[in-house]
Write a protein that binds this ligand. Structure first.
Ligand SMILES: C[S@@+](CC[C@H](N)C(=O)[O-])C[C@H]1O[C@@H](n2cnc3c(N)ncnc32)[C@H](O)[C@@H]1O
Length: 267
């Protein structure tokens, strides 16, 4: 990946993009016909899948707020952030703790260019162009923005499905983070027919998604102490915490088991 700056650019409209498909499912406007085609196929073949995604985002925001308010973390890092999807992590944590700082990371240059415009002159948040599977290079690029001697809340929300070796990513991160850091993960479940079928549909549109089992997710966070209630469907992680997402608490007919959510504490 080049290290230079990125000019504004228009996304590739010939193939679906994971973040734009998600945007479409959540009712956003940052998507093209190729993304809508996949989102529409998911709606027909996997009814309820969009609600699973909405609940995973709501979990991301609740868990980030937990890290800021309950655990006193001031640095936030969202890996594989995708396009802006308000409310975003930096908006939620800064509203809760005024000196919270968020760094977003994505490997897609169009996402990065778009986020740079969205975050222009924002004193609380910035975006870095990096591949989070290359932990050494990622940490180098974050050096001037994240103090690794202090706790960081790192989120991997619906993104480890896109990589072949999630264990290497999480292990590499946990090994580099200060005690008191938190790792926030949501991951599509390989134990749920809905998620497995959704992955097939993504695959037929050129996006490889790998749902993983409860045991796989358990292995990912083996080096962390799990924040209660451990590994659960996103809606069941601190369900009574302040709602910051706008997602209904119990969306009608949302299949609850298609995704796993967990927060691990380092050290
Ligand atoms: C499903 S989307 C965004 C999900 C977002 N975290 C959320 O919860 O709404 C996944 C994003 O991860 C990015 N991505 C995938 N693999 C990556 C990698 N190895 N390094 C950095 N970003 C990656 C993609 O470019 C895409 O924008």
């Amino acid at each position: 990946m080049p290290t230079g700056d990125i000019a504004w650019r228009v996304g590739d409209q010939s193939r679906a993009h994971s973040s734009r498909v998600q945007d479409r499912m959540l009712g956003g406007k940052d998507n093209y016909a190729c993304d809508a085609k996949l989102a529409d196929a998911l709606q027909v073949e996997c009814p309820g899948f969009a609600k699973v995604v909405a609940e995973a985002r709501a979990f991301l925001l609740r868990a980030s707020r937990y890290a800021a308010v309950e655990a006193g973390v001031c640095q936030f890092l969202e890996l594989g952030c995708g396009y802006s999807c308000p409310p975003n992590v930096h908006e939620v944590v800064t509203a809760a703790v005024s000196d919270a700082r968020t760094v977003y990371v994505d490997s897609d240059p169009t996402v990065v260019a778009n986020q740079r415009v969205m975050l222009h002159k924002n004193p609380h948040a910035s975006i870095v162009w990096a591949d989070f599977t290359d932990i050494g290079s990622l940490l180098n690029k974050l050096e001037s923005r994240i103090n690794l001697d202090e706790p960081v809340a790192v989120s991997l929300s619906l993104v480890l499905e896109l990589v072949a070796d999630p264990t290497a990513v999480v292990e590499g991160l946990v090994g580099a983070l200060a005690a008191g850091s938190h790792v926030v993960i949501s991951h599509l479940s390989g134990d749920a027919d809905l998620a497995v079928r959704a992955a097939e549909i993504y695959g037929s549109h050129g996006i490889q998604l790998r749902p993983r089992t409860y045991t796989d997710v358990e292995d990912l966070v083996a080096d962390c102490a799990l924040v209660d209630p451990g590994i659960v469907p996103p809606r069941d992680w601190h369900p009574h915490a302040v709602d910051v997402s706008g997602v209904p608490r119990r969306p009608a007919n949302a299949p609850s088991q298609a995704c796993y959510a967990v927060v691990g504490k380092v050290g």
